[in-house]
Design a protein around this ligand. Sequence first.
Ligand SMILES: Cc1cc2nc3c(=O)[nH]c(=O)nc-3n(C[C@H](O)[C@H](O)[C@H](O)COP(=O)(O)O)c2cc1C
Ligand code: SF4
Length: 650
Amino acid sequence: MSFEHLFSPHKIRGLELRNRIFSSSHQTILARNWCPSEEMAAYHEARAAGGAGLIVMESASTWGEGAFEPCYLDANHDACIPGFKRVADVVHRHDCGIFGQISNSGRLAGGYDGLLSVPNAPSTVPDYRFHAMPRAMPTEDVWRLIEAYAQSARRMVEAGLDGIELAASHGLQLAQFLSPDVNRREDEFGGTEERRFRFIREVVTAVRKIIGPEPVIGIRISANEDEPTGLDTQTVLDACRRMDDLADLDYLSVVMGSMAGLGSSTHVVPAMSFEHAYTAPHAAKIKDVFSRSVFVTGRINQPQQAEQILAQGQADMCGMTRAMIADPQMPNKARLGKLDDIRACIGCNQACIGHYFQGVPISCIQNPLSGRELALGVHPGTGTRRYILVAGGGPGGMKAAAVAAERGHRVVLCEKSGQLGGQVLLAQTLPGRREFGGLVENLNHEMQLAGVDVRLLTSVNSALLDEEKPDAIIIATGALPFTCDAEITQDTHAVEAWQILRGEASTGNSVVVADWRCDWIGVGLAEKLALDGCRVTLAVAGVHAGQNLQVYVRDNWAGKLHRLGVEVIPYARLYSADGSTAYFHHMAHGDPIICEDMDTLVLAQGHQPVTTLENALRGRNLEVHLVGDCLSPRTAEEAIYEGMMAARQV
Ligand SMILES: Cc1cc2nc3c(=O)[nH]c(=O)nc-3n(C[C@H](O)[C@H](O)[C@H](O)COP(=O)(O)O)c2cc1C
Ligand code: SF4
């Protein structure tokens, strides 16, 4: 594929971008003291060096310290200028443009130091996600806020950023002024469509006045917020027509959804259950009413998709954000035609937005170097070439093998089954999770490029080690289903989750899934069995189904289970099963929960480590490293990280 559109330059105002790929604004939790840090500069430099045409930095608020934790950016004070300058300088070194994003959350709550901040909003209309009751800003505060937007823009431009993006997307403050349901003001900023638009108009005018004619100004907007009090398609199109009249405004950047609701927020970082590039037709509609540049973002994870969007004229620039979190070199690889080498994002949301919700720096399950650029840098080369044997071909073993070989070691990976992938092979069979299998394809390709010798149907034991005599072994033998203490009588039809996923067991019509982990397996099995026509009860040992999943993934699944009529019983710890009855304890008060008329009990009770090889090697004079589930069953993220770290040590 020639990518004639993707790698053509794009001019916005006076700025020429080298190609049409941009990294859209995303929180990294790499801000320190509300300012861009060295870690943040290194993070963005990696994407600029990887060939991105433009980077839009994460949103910075204009409210001042005390509104948010210091791991978020705040552009309300001049002290942020050196940090922004540091990022601008390193990004510019690689011929990449850089914009700052200014955004206030308005009615959506923030907080600092354990205290909730005041949600300053157009009106006292609460949302259904953050449960904050907002303060309707007095008119003079609205004018002060407009000035705060302008001053923040000035600081960013003084720091050397090429442009300013104003976030009117995802139900944020600028969008709240546009919405007739959220903005119920009767002053000059509400009451009619024109007056609801006035806030945006005034902000754009004030920003242009202070930053002068050269820097770019854009607005990010959701084409549809998909939320009861949010902006619908028509309201957005009408607003975009008005934006077209603002000569100071250079581009619109299109997304979907709103942070104000549980369902609508799943669009903010759409997981793998969303179609690739599903936002592009919406951007095309906005392109019909806005005559300058239109950007689009949303599950565009391969250059071929981006090329098609551009070729069809649906947008002028493509946001490929997680695509470059997973593989910062994606643009360079595409330009050089090395498409197979791209480590495609699989839309799992685990370490990028997942880390955000845990309040820890961004990363990627497939690429643990992401977000750790400064701490880890590139993999160190090896002085002496050693023979490294890896036992186990799941994600942890595969990553360990790839990195050890990339460093220059001779690496043999032995997998006792006939297929690489470990538990990923099961996980990818859950409904809507096929893309998770991309993890294995990507790791396999990494191993091939690095020259790993893969031996399938090969168990590692003492005899093999005597023969092979490796210098070190990395054990990644994974886990097996956990046998829990519940007393289950012979006359109960009980099957393991893995048996269903492997197609080794079938169920009766009425199924109870006993879910200990509260992650993908329980909700995924419940969906699969309900789709197969079963009456499903999902009894979870947690406060709700999918408790331990990234919230956008969880909420997307909650909607599906509800539609399919799956009954969810929270706080349910499996105690026993007797014939067609399963008994649970309510985890808060200990009372019994009884599920009757059950044909099959599906056990999703977690996993236990496989330690056979570790035990067999105890006392042997051999360097041993353990990674992933054979230490303690967790997720692919830990397995891959530990595999990489072990490979950096051998
Ligand atoms: C960790 C993370 C944080 C995000 N924070 C922001 C943000 O601060 N402002 C914003 O407009 N979008 C934010 N987003 C949304 C992204 O800009 C982008 O729209 C989303 O990731 C979908 O694009 P993709 O499929 O190319 O990743 C965030 C996304 C991620 C993954
Ligand atoms: S963690 Fe998952 S969704 Fe996030 S960038 Fe990596 S592969 Fe993509």
